[in-house]
Every structure is written in C-alpha cells, then in structure tokens.
Design a protein around this ligand. Structure first.
Ligand code: BJ8
Length: 423
C-alpha cells in the first residue's frame, strides 16, 4: 500500500501509527483467510480489496470528491443509503472492528463502552483510518446510549447529523421514521447542493435493492446440505459491502453467487460432509473482526448464516419500488428499515422470530449468540432468545467477547464443548 503514502499525508493521517496497522493486517488476513483451502475463485476480488483496504477505495472517494460528490460516513444499518445516493452522494461505513483503535477510544470514553464504539472513536481521534478522514459528514443515529454520546465527541471537528431512531414499532413510529428520513433528505440536499427527485430516489432504491438481492443470493447458497463457501469468506463479502460502490458490490456478489450455485450443482463443498452448521446471531462484526468465525471454523464447524447487521439484517427486505411521490417513497423506506430487528427496540420479538426462522432455513445444528462486551442491549435480549431457542429444541450457546485475542483459548474450549454436545 506504499503507493498511497502521499494520499494519507494529504488526509492528515498519523503515518507512523498507521504503519503499525499496515504491518499487522496482512499477517492477520493471511492466517485467517489465505490458510483456507478450495476457496471460491470470485473471492479474489475481496482479497484484493483487503490488500489495498486503506488505498484503493479511499482513492476512489477522493476522486469523487474532486468531481463534486460528497461522502457520508455512517455507523448503523438504519441510515438509508438510498437518500444519499439519490443526491449523488456516496455512503461509506465507519464502524471500527479492530483492537488497534480501542486504546485511542478509551482516552475519551469510559472503558465500559463496547469495543465497536471505542474502536470507531479511536480510529477518528488517532488519525489512522482514511475513511474517517475522508467523510465530509458523519451520520449517526439514536440507537444505543454509547453511540449517542460518542457522536457528541466525534462531531467536534466534522459535520455530524444524528437521526432520531424510534425505539418501538407502532404505526406512529413508522410515521415518525418516515418524517425523520424526509428531514434527512433535506439535510442531504442542502449539504450536496443537489435536489432529490422522485426519479432519482427511485433509481437509488433500485440500486440498493439490487445489492440486497445479490447478497441474498450468496447467503442462500449455504441453505442446502452442500456448503460451497466458508462463513469467514461470506463475512468478508458483507463487511466490504459497507464500503464499496453499491453497483460494483451487486455485480461482484452476483458473480460469487453464480460460482456458489455451480459449486452446489457439482457438490463442491469447503467442509467435509456432516460438518455441524452454526447460525451466528448478535452484535455486528465490523471489519477486521474475524475472530469468532475463525475459532468456530477451525474447531470443525461451519458458520452457515449470520443474523446480524453484518449479515441478514443488512440485506433482508426490499424497499417498495412502485411509489410515485417523495412522501410515498419516504414511507416505503421507513417500512423497510423498521423491519430491521435491532435490540435497541422494545419489545423486539422480530429478532427472535428471525433467529428461529433462519435456523430452520439454514438447517442450523445450533445457534451461537455473540455479544460484544458492554453491549447491554444484546446481552439482555439473550434471556428471551435463549428461552425461545430451547423451546424450539435448538441448541444454544451465548458468548461474550471483545476485540482482543486474550479470550481465544477460552472461546475455543467453550465452542469445542458445544460442538461436542451436538455430536
Ligand atoms: S441496527 S446492532 S448497527 S445499532 S454493539 S454500538 S448496539 S453497544 S452496533 Fe448496531 Fe445499528 Fe443496532 Fe445494527 Fe451499541 Fe451494542 Fe455497541 Fe452496537
């Protein structure tokens, strides 16, 4: 990535500290990803993107900015990309998934904050992530308390817009979220200088729907007995989807799906027959958090699906494309986004229904619920989820972890014992 040094300098990054990150990432990626056998050829695209993670896409974004486009950084799957795209803006995910950034976050946040928030704040304050430097505006949301307060710190030296996410799902909440989306659209118009028309928003809705459909095809490939792709590889595809151009993302995911569907026809599996199938649920796994998938898949099981924001919550449910007024489109967006079942809602029976449904669809032998330390929302929801799984006769394991490797051995032992029970 040395070709990008000047670009990083121009972005005001801390090059010495950033170098340390650049040194560890290839080894971590090699150990976790390149050690796998018989990977789908189409994964070459995502391997390349990771090898240039702080170079190739940032360069594209900077070029787009030179051509007058604005970049919006987001932290949650409730923020509707469609609105930004309709105003000729670009969306990039900003959630931090590395322990490297956590100490920087701990300088200003309580230690008892979830690692995702600490890493995101650390990445910004330590000046070691180009995406945080490039974004012209950050878009936050009122989901959990930790994020809400962190946005006050993050918004100190960059324009910050916070969307007020309802905490319940009554009709009046859907109306409220549609209003909130309409207000966000006004802000985006003002910031980009571009008007959002019905036609442009409809085109953006179709673009994002196509991306969702393509990702859904990749996921669907592991519903059958044959497992043509590892959970690790599918997770990487999902993680990169938050950063990539949506049209290219759809194209590459469709290409991967074609290969996986052919592999299924030819019975090409990346796991031996009879490998135990795990449905993972819980808090999101932002790049480069591959720890749990790695432990599970090197313990003799396969992750066949993720009920997570870095999983099915990101692409399930399409936005209605038939609306002919902006109000109708905002309502359609609200309805789709409010189908997302984050633990910040109360009550949140939809997530439990999703987990039970997905366990069936993907023929899971067991559910592992993973919680990032100090996320009390998902931690508390575990009680109801575990009971529902037990009632449905689904084996359940609850785990809590962070971004460090200090609990890797303990995780291996607990996951190993869980798999042993299944056998
Ligand atoms: S829709 S899961 S992306 S809020 S893990 S920061 S909730 S303390 S990331 Fe999330 Fe949107 Fe919900 Fe998804 Fe807070 Fe919990 Fe940390 Fe979390």
């Amino acid at each position: 990535m040395s070709d990008y040094v000047q670009m990083w300098k121009d972005l005001g990054m801390d090059l010495a500290t950033h170098d340390q990150l650049c040194q560890v990432l290839p080894t971590a990626f090699g150990d976790v990803y390149l050690s796998q056998e018989n990977r789908p050829e189409a994964m070459g695209f995502w391997d390349f993107v990771v090898s240039e993670i702080h170079g190739i896409r940032p360069k594209e974004l900077i070029e787009a900015q030179k051509n007058g486009q604005k970049v919006f950084g987001t932290f949650c799957v409730y923020v509707p990309d469609e609105v930004v795209i309709a105003a000729n803006g670009i969306v990039t995910g900003l959630c931090g998934g590395s322990q490297f950034w956590v100490p920087g976050g701990e300088k200003v946040l309580p230690r008892s904050t979830c690692p995702l928030i600490k890493a995101s704040v650390g990445a910004r304050l330590d000046k070691t992530c180009p995406f945080f430097r490039i974004a012209d505006m950050y878009v936050g949301e009122t989901t959990c308390d930790g994020k809400k307060k962190a946005y006050e710190i993050l918004g100190k030296d960059v324009p910050m817009y916070v969307m007020d996410v309802p905490q319940m799902k009554r009709e009046k909440d859907i109306v409220k979220w549609a209003d909130e989306i309409a207000e966000f659209a006004k802000k985006v118009e003002e910031f980009t200088g571009n008007t959002i028309t019905v036609e442009k928003l409809n085109e953006a809705i179709k673009t994002v729907n196509e991306k969702r459909k393509a990702m859904a095809r990749v996921f669907a490939a592991t519903k059958g007995e044959n497992i043509p792709i590892s959970g690790k590889d599918r997770l990487l595809m999902t993680q990169i989807a938050f950063f990539d151009d949506p049209k290219r993302c759809a194209e590459m995911c469709n290409k991967l799906a074609d290969e996986l569907e052919q592999r299924n026809k030819d019975n090409v599996s990346v796991f031996p027959k009879g490998t135990k199938r795990i449905l993972l649920t819980g808090t999101p796994l932002a790049i480069p958090n591959w720890k749990l998938h790695h432990v599970i898949e090197t313990s003799g099981a396969a992750v066949v699906c993720e009920e997570m924001c870095t999983g099915t919550r990101y692409f399930e449910n399409l936005v209605d494309e038939s609306q002919t007024t902006l109000d109708g489109q905002f309502r359609a967006l609200s309805e789709r986004y409010m189908k997302n079942n984050c633990a910040c809602f109360t009550p949140n029976p939809g997530r439990i229904e999703d987990v039970l449904r997905l366990a069936k669809e993907y023929h899971a032998d067991g559910v592992i619920d993973v919680n990032l330390k100090f996320c009390c929302l998902y931690d508390t929801e575990r009680y109801a989820l575990e009971n529902a799984c037990k009632e449905a006769g689904i084996r359940f394991l609850g785990l809590e972890t962070d971004y460090t490797d200090s609990d890797a051995e303990q995780l291996k032992t607990r996951i190993g014992a869980f798999l042993e029970l299944m056998r």
